[in-house]
Design a protein around this ligand. Sequence first.
Ligand code: E4P
Length: 216
Amino acid sequence: MKFFVDTADTQEIADLAETGLLDGVTTNPSLIHKSGRDFMEVTKEICGLVHGPVSAEVVALDHEGMMREAEVLRRIADNVCIKVPLTIDGLKTCKKLTGDGTMVNVTLCFSANQALLAAKAGATFISPFVGRHDDNGFDGMDLIRDIRLIYDNYAFETEILVASIRHSIHVLESAKIGADVATMPPAVIRGLFRHVLTEKGIEAFLADWAKTGQSI
Ligand code: E4P
C-alpha cells in the first residue's frame, strides 16, 4: 500500500520524505488555507520534495474553468496530479485530462456508484472520504470494501486512495481490504511507527546494555 501525506506543511513533508516511506502528497483548499502560503508557490515546493504524485485541487465548478485551472496547475511540475470533485463537470474534466496522460484524483467520493463513475472516466485515483463518512453515520470501511469489489470485478486500474483518515485503525482496515493508497495527516503516519511495547523494550535493552559497560 502506498502512503501519501495529507498536508500542505512543507516542513512535515520534508521530514516524512526522509523516512523513504512517503509515496506522495494530497492537498486541498482547506489545507492550503491552513498553510497560509501562496497556492502555486507551496505546490511547486511540495512537488520538489517528493517523487510521487502531488494532488492539487481545482476550485472552478464548470468543465471549462476546471480545464483552465488544470492547465495552469499541470505546468507546475511533472508529478502534479489534478484533483477534481466528483461532479458531472469534474468527471468530464477527468476524462479529458487522463486521456491526455495527466494524472487525476477524483475527490469527495461518498458512494460506490460515484467510484464506479470515476473509474469509467479513467481516474488515476478515487478518493473516498472515510472519516467524514463515519461522522455522518455510515461505515467508511464498508465503502472501501464495496469499491474494491467493484473495481476488481471489472479490472479497473483506478487506484483506491483512502482519504479523510482519522486514525491508525482506518489504515489497518484499508490495508486488509487491499486499498491501493492511504493519505494520512502527518500525526497518523507518525503514530504508525509507535508501540508502547517497542518503547518499553528499547528502554529495558538499553538499561541492561549499560550494565555490561560495553560500547559498539
Ligand atoms: C484528501 O485528499 C483530503 O484532502 C482529506 O483526506 C480530507 O480529510 P478531512 O476529512 O480530514 O478534511
